[in-house]
Write a protein that binds this ligand. Structure first.
Ligand code: NCD
Length: 307
């Protein structure tokens, strides 16, 4: 069903296609060994022009655990981008060698450019401050497994909502489900971009409230999605230093939250979640990171038509 397709932004797949993908991820989680040869003989290219730990490693681990192989670079200084090659030419070349590719690049829209010239499935691993659809797959799978549903949820998103691409993609994806309620928790300067409000308005009965204090909304949440202030996207360091510690989730604040709320974070964390919270059973960010590998295994199989 998804064979040969690209994943550039969160709505590229229908809700039904996502359900099928999450069902497959669930089967892989239940019996990973059964899939250990599923992508044998296939090659994934990882083209990372920006730093990454989870996205790149989870894609590589996913492909290797499926019995496939991986080529790629990390940092544009080690590819011909350093000689001035365009993304389009790099992708045309990579398509001669690999069966699918994942690209992370600082420019918004770069993954779309890559997909248009590749001729093999291209996955957006993050394009600047814009979108990060495979983090969203990770987030949705985790929410589905932990909360048992993807609709009628009260979701607090906290931190850098302006530059945080995982937030933009998650809101867009969740707005498609019924009666979502978003609580956007950020300093005035780090509110979501204009297009994100439109994504909420286009949703199926989604609502949002903007607040500056997380304490005000914590008792009402099903999910708290924390994010890091995106230092690399700021124009000046003074603003970053002023805003970086706007929110710090600690045990004291967790006492205000419902017993069945879950805390998610795409990671990396800087200061925004105190280490003491890690041992709270509601902290699910490392479960989320692990789910990221499984959902990427499902995605690779689906795009290659091997499911
Ligand atoms: C995120 C990203 O790269 O946008 N990380 C990730 O992929 N898990 C979040 C971040 O860098 O803050």
């Amino acid at each position: 069903m998804l064979k040969g397709r690209n994943l550039i932004e969160p709505l590229d797949f229908t809700a039904g296609e996502l359900d099928t993908l999450f069902d497959l991820a669930g089967k892989i989680i239940a019996d990973p060994v059964a899939y250990s040869d599923a992508a044998k003989g296939k090659l994934l290219a990882t083209l990372f022009y920006e730093p990454s730990t989870r996205t790149r490693f989870s894609f590589e681990a996913a492909m290797l655990r499926l019995g496939g192989q991986v080529i790629g670079f990390s940092g544009e200084s080690s590819s011909s981008a350093a000689k001035g090659e365009s993304i389009a030419d790099t992708l045309r070349t990579v398509a001669c060698y690999a069966d699918l590719a994942v690209i992370r690049h600082p420019k918004e829209g770069s993954a779309l450019v890559a997909a248009n010239s590749a001729g093999i499935p291209v996955i957006n691993g993050g394009d600047g401050g814009h979108q990060h659809p495979t983090q969203t797959l990770t987030d949705l799978l985790t929410i589905r497994r932990e909360k048992g549903r993807l609709d009628k949820l009260r979701v607090g998103l906290c931190g850098d909502l302006k530059f945080g691409r995982t937030v933009h993609s998650l809101i867009k994806a969740l707005s498609r489900y019924e009666n979502m309620e978003f609580f956007l928790i950020s300093p005035e300067e780090l509110r979501v971009p204009e297009y994100v409000y439109k994504d909420i308005e286009r949703g199926s009965g989604s609502k949002y409230t903007e607040v500056s204090q997380m304490q005000d909304v914590l008792p009402a949440l099903d999910i708290l999605y924390m994010t890091r202030v995106q230092r690399e996207r700021f124009f000046n360091e003074d603003d970053y230093v002023r805003l970086k510690d706007s929110y710090i989730l600690d045990d004291e604040k967790m006492r205000l939250a419902p017993e069945d709320m879950i805390v998610l974070h795409p990671l990396p964390r800087v200061n925004e979640i105190a280490i003491e919270v890690d041992s709270d059973p509601r902290a699910k960010y490392f479960v989320q990171a692990k789910n990221g590998m499984y959902v990427r295994m499902a995605l690779i199989l689906a795009l290659l038509g091997l499911e």
